[in-house]
Ligand binder design. Sequence first.
Ligand code: A3D
Length: 320
Amino acid sequence: MARPKIALIGAGQIGGTLAHLAAIKELGDVVLFDIAEGTPQGKALDIAQSGPSAGFDATMKGANDYADIAGADVCIVTAGVPRKPGMSRDDLLGINLKVMKSVGAGIAAHAPNAFVICITNPLDAMVWALREFSGLPHEKVVGMAGVLDSARFRHFLSVEFNVSMRDVTAFVLGGHGDTMVPLSRYSTVAGVPLPDLVAMGWTTQDKLDAIIQRTRDGGAEIVGLLKTGSAFYAPATSAIEMAEAYLKDQKRVLPCAAWVNGPLGLDGLYVGVPTVIGAAGIERILDIKMNQAEQAMFDKSVDAVKGLVEACKAIDPTLA
Ligand code: A3D
């Protein structure tokens, strides 16, 4: 049986890391696509040459022509520009919207049956635009943000509690931005919710609030340290987790920017929600009940995403 084909649209910091992880995990043959000539070819050759030591057989190809992604089973999109210090994700909107238009056309023409994972920021608006430009079914186009945001939350919590990250689950809803909604009530250590852990004296509410804020600012903290770009190891690892769930029909319950039409009181919006990812793409959305305070935070986040979608429509009238 042929190996699955994984097309990486954008061969920058995240794209290269995605290729390396896909190879090491033997998820399939990889095509790295970029408009920069030489970059995808150089990275593909470098990663291919790690094969003998890492022990994988997957092939690596660098490409500047969309024809090379033909028939891809999964496309992971990082094409565009990342943030620099002082920039918000929303500052990237104008530039990256144009990029989504060409990427959407390329995927529609050459890989219309792929499961498409968008990473380009501002995430919730870009995944919406990419879906519009590509015309693929909504359940096959999804954004990566919640897996990363909840991984950041889990990491900080595991350090605070001095327990394994594997035993910490976290729940982050809403848009991937300053209004993201980490939900304490649904976040646990081995099933024990965070408010109970506060009551048990494992941490204080103040410390928990600080961790939640650090999670919200997780991307900016790394941009501030790196100075030349944004995070790439954890974002790539998060997207690979989603791609693997699709390729292996794992039915993983993962928070993603998915098209929500009905659940959570929404009538057609891409925003971060808990989903089930399997062979059909986004197979289900968990219609969780929020309390008043959580709903207020979620509504604010939804409004922020809607604002970005309107900004996209104002820039590109074909989206209106
Ligand atoms: P970077 O290393 O600059 O790579 C982007 C690549 O896209 C470069 O190699 C460009 O040549 C290429 N590119 C630009 N325009 C096009 C085009 N039209 N077609 C094909 N390729 C093109 O950035 P990165 O890999 O660090 O980040 C990529 C994106 O992911 C940025 O928009 C980041 O803001 C975003 N990002 C999102 C998250 C989320 O959690 C959602 C996290 C981190 C970064």
